[in-house]
Design a protein around this ligand. Structure first.
Ligand code: IMP
Ligand code: MG
Length: 179
């Protein structure tokens, strides 16, 4: 068990399980995208560790770019405007795989998909390490999923609780008796 601020967490997915899942996913991508112009787009901050371990196992030619989603108060009456920061290379006619740490409600990934589709990629898929199907309320389910997990808060392996825990090698799940 570990403690982060006021919450306790138990190990939920071991480092070795993450490693073998990444080998499996990357092997699929290596064969499916063999003769395609491939670009990975990793979503910061959470996906940094997943993206790094994935890239070490991708053996076909590819590019990678790291982006952040920013939401700001726009001029329109509709309120907030979303923007992708850091995409400084063209994705037009390229095959895009978004690398995400977790898809929860799916709202974030829907926004990212919409913003990237404007740039006319040849194709676009979402590859997420973790997916909470029972929390999902988005339009498109993620195409490539590492682990489908229950709707409980997790930290580690890039994911944070109040910006802490990103450095953990394993994925931890919040303990029941926290609230
Ligand atoms: P969404 O609800 O799918 O839009 O997820 C939004 C963001 O919330 C994700 O990209 C994560 O950064 C964060 N998030 C969702 N669930 C968890 C969790 O269990 N642990 C840590 N971060 C989470
Ligand atoms: Mg995230």
């Amino acid at each position: 068990m570990i403690q982060i601020n006021d919450k306790s967490f138990d190990v939920f997915i071991q480092e070795s399980e993450i490693t073998s899942k990444i080998l499996e996913i990357s092997a699929t991508i290596n064969s499916e995208y063999k003769d395609k112009e491939l670009i990975f787009i990793a979503i910061l901050n959470g996906a940094f560790m997943f993206a790094s371990d994935m890239m070490k196992n991708i053996s076909i030619p590819c590019e990678i770019s790291f982006v952040k989603v920013s939401s700001y108060e726009g001029m329109s009456t509709s309120g907030r405007v979303d923007e992708l920061i850091g995409l400084n290379t063209s994705i037009e006619n390229k095959h895009v795989i978004i690398l995400e740490d977790i898809v929860d409600t799916g709202i974030t990934i829907d926004k990212i998909r919409t913003l990237l589709m404007i740039e006319n990629p040849a194709s676009l898929k979402v590859c997420t390490l973790l997916y909470k199907p029972s929390a999902f309320a988005g339009k498109h389910q993620p195409e490539i999923v590492g682990f489908s997990i229950p709707n409980k808060f997790v930290v580690g392996y890039g994911l944070d609780y109040d910006e802490k825990g990103r450095n953990l090698k394993e994925i931890y799940q919040i303990k029941e008796n926290n609230n």
